[in-house]
Design a protein around this ligand. Structure first.
Ligand SMILES: *Cc1c(COP(=O)(O)O)cnc(C)c1O
Length: 372
């Protein structure tokens, strides 16, 4: 029995990865950061590997080590590494590290010394996002230092990479500009005498629409989970996550009844209310108050009044609803239920944020399509 659950269809993840795989001649890194975008990092990673992913991508060292502790041995890249981390644990575990500055390089050289094997590095150039990544001005120095360290056997430069600005509109001129800067950066890599095996740049959007950015490795994230990075296009992907809950209690109330905190909703007629035990502690955006779509008893409804920490209310009008009926916030859309995209539209965010919010601890995550 469950009162609320997040279901994750691992077969959908497998299908999505297979589809992405078929669309590129490059190797494929399934990005499983952020607890697999809320889908559960390790089960999502295993499903992606079942379907032919070659690499896994994460942000933190901790995420990478968790994958290793789960017995996953494929190449893993970790790219968000603040100073003072026990990087030697990553090196010892065979985790590839992203380096974008001389201090980071120095730490990775030291980590290799401690681990007694050279750190495997992916040098990152900032092609326009202005986030992590060496600026074009700093790039030659980083390359020279990395080339020297490699010559001394202190590091192994495995990759060179960057990240796009326009995840949602890959036809944007900034994308072309970034690609040109990346090519310049690669020319400098060659001049520095480095021949990294992997050049990589493409996120989901570029993996799906810009083969000229695939190079040796693509790094899709959101598409792995079946969501499109580009509004209005599906690319044949299958959303893997469904969030739903069973109605806790129903009641009949008169017209003019204020509903939930602040009474931001008032019933117009005598009506049936259904109380659903999911709230912002579980991932439901509070901005879904009076706008969030929910499927219940065969109809699309809108949350009535404020989303609370643990529950919300649906005005079901004259429809007969019963405690125990299933209210679906979002799913694949195959049965008429809203999708994460519908929720994103309703609350003014992106589908990435909707699914990632539902990775909390209170709502059990249930997996379909698990393999032994
Ligand atoms: C999150 C992330 C990705 C995946 O992006 P999507 O838009 O989800 O495909 C790829 N590369 C880096 C560096 C990332 O941080």
């Amino acid at each position: 029995m469950w009162q609320a659950e997040v279901r994750v269809d691992l077969d959908a993840i497998r299908d999505n990865v297979a589809r992405l795989r078929a669309g590129t001649g490059a190797e494929l890194m399934a990005v499983v950061k952020g607890d697999g975008y809320g889908h559960g990092m390790v089960p999502s990673a295993r499903a992606a590997l079942d379907a032919g992913a070659d690499w896994l991508g994460v942000c933190t060292l901790d995420e990478a080590l968790t994958l290793r502790r789960a017995g996953i041995t494929v190449p893993v890249l970790a790219w968000l590494l603040d100073p003072g981390l026990p990087l030697h644990e990553g090196v010892a575990a065979g985790v590839d590290l992203a380096a974008a500055s001389l201090p980071q390089l120095a730490e990775m050289i030291e980590a290799g010394r401690v681990a007694n094997r050279p750190a495997r590095l992916h040098l990152k150039i900032d092609t326009g996002l202005s986030r992590g990544g060496a600026t074009v001005a700093d790039w030659p120095n980083l390359l020279e230092a990395a080339a020297n360290a490699q010559a001394e056997g202190l590091v192994e430069v495995v990759g060179v990479w960057s990240h796009f600005v326009y995840a949602d509109s890959p036809g944007h001129p900034t994308t072309d500009r970034q690609l040109a800067v990346f090519h310049e950066g690669l020319a400098m890599v060659e001049r520095a005498g480095l021949r990294p095996r992997y050049r990589h740049l493409a996120n989901s959007a570029a993996t799906l629409t810009r083969p000229d950015t695939h190079f040796d490795l693509v790094r899709p994230g959101i598409a792995v989970y079946g969501l499109s990075p580009i509004a209005g296009e599906r690319f044949g992907l299958r959303p893997a996550m469904t969030a739903r809950a069973r109605v806790m209690i129903t009641k009949r109330v008169p017209a003019g009844t204020g509903v939930s905190y602040g009474h931001t909703y008032t019933t117009e007629d005598e009506t049936n209310l259904a109380v659903v035990p999911l709230g912002y502690a579980d991932g439901v955006p509070r901005h879904g108050s009076n706008v969030g779509p929910v499927q219940l008893a065969g109809r699309r409804r809108t949350i009535s009044g404020r989303v609370c920490m643990d529950q919300f209310v649906l005005d079901c009008g004259t429809d007969e609803v019963t405690a125990g009926d299933v209210a679906t916030l979002f799913g694949s859309g195959a049965d008429g239920e809203p999708t994460a995209d519908d929720w994103a539209d309703a609350v003014g965010t992106i589908n990435y944020e909707i699914v990632t919010r539902f990775g909390g601890v209170r709502v059990p995550r249930v997996y379909d399509g698990e393999r032994p």
